[in-house]
Design a binder for this molecule. Structure first.
Ligand code: ADP
Ligand code: MG
Length: 559
């Protein structure tokens, strides 16, 4: 640890820009703050330098009850990152990655579980006059602005104690609610009073105004859960099994499903979805024509293709809507999904339904597809995989649904009994499959996922939903549960970690490798991922990482 950063900087006024690199390392600042220049910046146009501010516990002085558990630390860190982002606003050279409506574990801010000290990581564009060092501005940024940011945002004495507490308790309640689901035979919960609609398709803040209808649970599905801070909350429990959401167009079906989709994450106070949760093994599926598929057994859904290919070991460079969705379903179950969410708006119709008249017109031996309606019950009964399906356009699912919820002007009601009556009248449709056969566990070929080319990392986030992987691009636009663009970076790092630690060894199945990854990341994911590279990232779930692996164009599976 060195001292005298300000004096050192003054000696660099007008020097070659590259000499900033000599500052890399740890500096003790007046007052006891530690500033670490983690990575320099080679020229004024290169990506910003990385700075870590370490605020020792005696300066941060955060009460231990705010950081005692991993959940509280994640919430507290998220709160502190938001404060820090606000404190650097107006400083163009500095950027703190604070995130949006979700409270994710991220690299920008961490609180130590040992002593409650805080580390803030941020990008700092080091100032220059052309290719010469602008030392005065650098001194202002590093020696004045950053210490002020630490004091304003990361010292407990400067914070609104009630607001911090509320933030942490909100997240803790969401986690408790999510953890209560399995024991009650539920896959999801939507609290009474929750606000599900968003401001717009590109603005994730809650919708406001008199037109917003807060959620009200139908009596038959109403449950009460006791939470550590909020006390008893009531709302709609979504049970295990096959759940169908019906109702007219524009009545709020997709909005309900999207709330469940994002219910695997926790939300900030005031979001409206703080008490809307789903099981952590919930995966949203959709059709994604054009994607690559590598050796997936999709024969439960696709068989007798006109080209005679073997669909129990199916690969393609260019999947159709239906085959892509069939593959995604099998891959999700392979990765450990226990709840699947499907919306008619983004599903492949021919994978979902094939009605009596079409069965009469097109004989089964001319139709490669077996619709999900014929295996969805077995998915739950034989494999423990529940579903929540939005389907306003076809009644075929009334027969196989355990529960049917109707959305009417944004208000749900339980119409299961009426749906049973209607389904009792035969349509002449016959089932085309007895059961879902299960999924085949595949073994990735590690050489096809090699993360380095001539010592340089091949995996990089490109924009908001693309990961570049060597010469290929992995398109993650259809992976809808990625909650934050920085999670794409996190997925890239997780992939690289899997490769470097040899988790993909040509023996382990993908599922086993993901188990090992979860284990590696269990005591805090930021440390291991930072050991790959210091970047702004948010930690992804295994399902998003698996989705990325499955979309790598060069991926090979050994089986
Ligand atoms: P559906 O899938 O049934 O066609 P959507 O869920 O897409 O309907 O919702 C249609 C519109 O209604 C969207 O603009 C959505 O934001 C809005 N909306 C959904 N739920 C509510 C609600 N509870 N209160 C007010 N507006 C809502
Ligand atoms: Mg819809």
């Amino acid at each position: 640890v060195r001292t005298g950063l300000a004096a050192q900087l003054r000696t660099l006024e007008g020097a070659q820009y590259g000499r900033y690199k000599g500052l890399v390392g740890r500096w003790e600042m007046p007052g006891g703050l530690l500033l670490e220049l983690v990575r320099g910046q080679s020229d004024p146009y290169a990506p910003p330098a990385r700075v870590a501010l370490h605020v020792p516990d005696r300066l941060a002085a955060l009460p231990p009850e705010l950081w005692r558990t991993a959940t509280r630390r994640r919430a507290l860190s998220s709160y502190l990152a938001r404060q820090a982002a606000a404190a650097v606003r107006g400083e163009k050279a500095l950027r703190v990655d604070a995130g949006g409506q979700e409270v994710l574990e991220r690299s920008s801010c961490t609180v130590s579980g040992e002593d409650g000290s805080v580390t803030l990581r941020l990008g700092a564009a080091l100032p220059g006059h052309g290719r010469r060092i602008d030392a005065r501005e650098a001194e202002r940024l590093l020696c004045q602005v950053l210490p002020r940011v630490a004091e304003q945002a990361l010292h407990y004495a400067s914070l609104d104690a009630a607001e911090v507490r509320r933030f942490v308790e909100t997240v803790e309640d969401s986690v408790a609610l999510r953890e209560a689901l399995a024991g009650r035979g539920l896959v999801g919960f939507v609290a009474d009073g929750a606000v599900l609609p968003r401001r717009s398709g590109v603005d994730d803040q809650p919708a406001t105004g008199s037109g917003v209808v807060p959620f009200t649970s139908p009596e038959q599905l109403r449950v009460t859960v006791e939470l550590p801070h909020a006390g008893a909350v009531t709302g709609m429990g979504v049970p295990e099994g096959v759940n169908l959401v019906v109702g007219g167009g524009f009545h709020g079906k997709s909005t309900l499903l999207r709330a469940l989709e994002t219910g695997v994450w926790d939300h900030v106070p005031g979001d409206g979805r703080e008490l809307v949760v789903s099981r952590s093994e919930t995966v949203k599926l959709r059709a994604e024509d054009g994607r690559r598929v590598e050796r997936v057994d999709v024969h439960a859904f696709v068989d007798h293709l006109p080209d005679g290919s073997d669909t129990s070991d199916f690969s393609t460079q260019n999947a159709s809507g239906s085959t892509s969705q069939a593959a995604s379903l099998c891959e999700a179950v392979e990765a450990g999904a226990r709840v699947l969410l499907i919306d008619e708006d983004t599903a492949a119709t021919n994978l979902m339904i094939r009605d009596a008249r079409m069965q009469a017109l097109v004989a089964k031996d001319r139709e490669p597809l077996t619709p999900l309606v014929d295996t969805i019950r077995s998915l739950h009964r034989d494999h423990g995989v529940s579903t929540v399906l939005v389907m306003g356009g076809s009644g075929d699912y009334l027969e196989v649904a355990d529960r049917v919820v109707m959305m009417d002007a944004y208000r749900p009601s339980d119409v299961t009994a009426r749906a049973r009556e209607i389904a009792a009248v035969p349509t002449g449709r016959h089932a085309e499959a007895e059961s879902f056969p299960g999924v085949v566990a595949r073994v990735p070929d590690p050489s096809s996922l090699d993360a380095e080319v001539r010592g340089r990392p091949r995996i990089r986030a490109r924009g908001e939903d693309v990961l570049s992987f060597g010469d290929h691009e992995v398109d993650l636009r259809a992976v809808e549960q990625i909650a934050d663009p920085r999670q794409v970076t996190g997925i890239g790092l997780a992939l690289e970690l899997m490769v470097r630690r040899g988790l993909l060894d040509g023996q382990r199945t993908l599922g086993q490798a993901l188990d090992q990854l979860d284990e590696l990341l269990a005591d805090g994911a930021t440390g291991p991922l930072l050991s790959i590279r210091d970047e702004d990232f948010a930690v992804p779930r295994r399902f998003e990482t698996a989705a990325a692996i499955n979309r790598v164009r060069g991926l090979r599976m050994l089986r």
